[in-house]
Design a protein around this ligand. Structure first.
Ligand SMILES: [Zn+2]
Length: 434
């Protein structure tokens, strides 16, 4: 397939127009200046995509999500965090079956594909349902169940262990699309004895780690009071960061945490919408970057965002940094794109993707810049994280396979997905009303 006469952002962050990007099988095979008209190209090629007015980018890596939480989107708005979680979310989640997770994940995956996301890092439960959705939809994912438990918990006897072991075996047959992660939910939902067990398990099985870190001031200060150290130091001492780790939120990291996280090569994931909506606070992403910590972007769950729009998330990350530091140069389009693509790919351990260069996987998205909110267009590249939103994405491709194009999904029966999420919503509301 040839993307003909399309614009791109090169590795120095400069917009390059009139390029031909060729994809063969699962790979990008060439990128060259366009020297033909569309008619000439169509006469020579089997499949030509007219790229005029469009920008091609590496697809997004949503580095922190709870994908079936699409089912809870909009449920319990206007409550305090405590009431939202304990009166709405936890009772609702307790009713969700593995089959429900499949439908919730399918809705989330469809939304992500329609917004240019090609891979996501997830933490949830009953994850075999999520695995099935990922495999059918064709997207990539790093999946995990988020472990919680007290000092008496024996890891091998938990549902977590059974699900993670099943995922580990299943992922081996996924052609590399699914990566099994180990995941600890958070410092405040687990005892140190359990952190030690999961750290050992992850090391033994060579799994990556995904965890919530210092998301609220309450949990951060409580950890310091209880253990005399910050959550980052606590995790470091218990060995959690001895495997490649990606940690979400990290709003309240302080002092030596920055050096610890850098030295342990922990990737941090910025979740600006969720941080704002839940009232958690403002993360200082410039400081992460300046300390040499790898920065990624994630939407978090749809319950606390409320969408899975990576373009909006990156734009918000950029505007927040500008405002916090009173510096309109934070960050360049090229750097923002790196946060949301290559850095996310590397955080998942995927060296072969996240870049628009020959030899890399064709995990791509195309953004149409002909809508009114781009006009008049001066620079198609810098318009990405200022003017665009998810609905401007017109094509998403994973491993060279088109999964979304012009409002249509090639692998997902979206009517069936919607029918089922409404069925689950109504069933849960009826049960909870009893
Ligand atoms: Zn989260």
């Amino acid at each position: 397939m040839l993307f003909h006469d399309i614009a791109l952002i090169d590795k120095d962050g400069i917009t390059r127009e009139h390029r031909n990007v060729r994809v063969e099988d699962a790979l990008i095979t060439s990128i060259e200046p366009c020297a033909t008209t569309l008619d000439e190209a169509q006469a020579q090629e089997i499949e030509v995509y007219d790229g005029r007015g469009k920008l091609i980018i590496p697809g997004f890596f949503n580095n922190h999500s709870h994908v079936p939480m699409t089912l809870t989107r909009g449920y319990g708005e206007g409550l305090s965090l405590y009431d939202w979680l304990y009166k709405r979310i936890f009772p609702f989640e307790a009713l969700l079956t593995e089959e429900d997770m499949y439908w919730g994940a399918m809705l989330g995956i469809a939304e992500m594909l329609s917004g240019g996301t090609v891979s996501f890092t997830d933490m949830y439960m009953r994850i075999q349902g999520i695995y099935r959705a990922v495999m059918e939809a064709g997207i990539k994912a790093s999946l995990a169940n988020g472990l919680t438990g007290d000092a008496s918990t024996k890891l091998e006897q938990t549902v977590w262990y059974r699900e993670t072991e099943t995922l580990r075996r299943d992922a081996e047959t996924s052609d590399g699309r699914v990566i099994a992660n180990a995941s600890l939910h958070a410092q405040y939902t687990s005892a140190p004895e359990l952190v030690r067990q999961i750290a050992e398990y992850a090391k033994d099985k060579q799994l990556r780690m995904h965890v919530h870190l210092s998301e609220t001031i309450g949990e951060h200060e409580e950890c310091k009071e209880k253990y005399g150290k910050t959550p980052a130091r606590y995790f470091t001492d218990l060995g959690l960061f001895d495997v490649p780790t990606s940690a979400a939120h990290a709003i309240f990291i302080e002092g030596e945490d920055y050096d610890l996280l850098r030295d342990k090569k922990v990737t941090l994931c910025h979740n600006p919408s969720s941080n704002l909506k839940i009232g958690s606070g403002l993360a200082d992403v410039k400081k992460w970057r300046d300390h040499g910590i790898r920065v990624t972007i994630g939407t978090d769950g749809a319950g606390s965002n409320n969408n899975l729009d990576m373009i909006e998330e990156v734009t918000l990350a950029s505007y927040l940094a500008k405002g916090i530091h009173r510096d309109p140069l934070l960050f360049s389009t090229g750097e923002l794109l790196t946060f949301a693509t290559r850095n996310g790919a590397l955080a998942q351990g995927r060296e072969d993707t996240g870049l628009l260069e020959p030899g890399y996987r064709a995990d791509l998205a195309v953004v149409d810049m002909t809508s009114l909110h781009f006009q008049p267009l001066y620079d198609i590249g810098t318009s990405l994280f200022t003017n665009a939103n998810a609905s401007d994405v017109v094509l998403t491709m994973v491993d060279g396979r088109i999964l979304y194009k012009d409002g249509q999904f090639t692998t997902i029966d979206i009517e069936k997905v919607l029918w089922n999420v409404y069925r689950i919503r109504d069933r849960n509301l009826a049960t909870l009303a009893e």
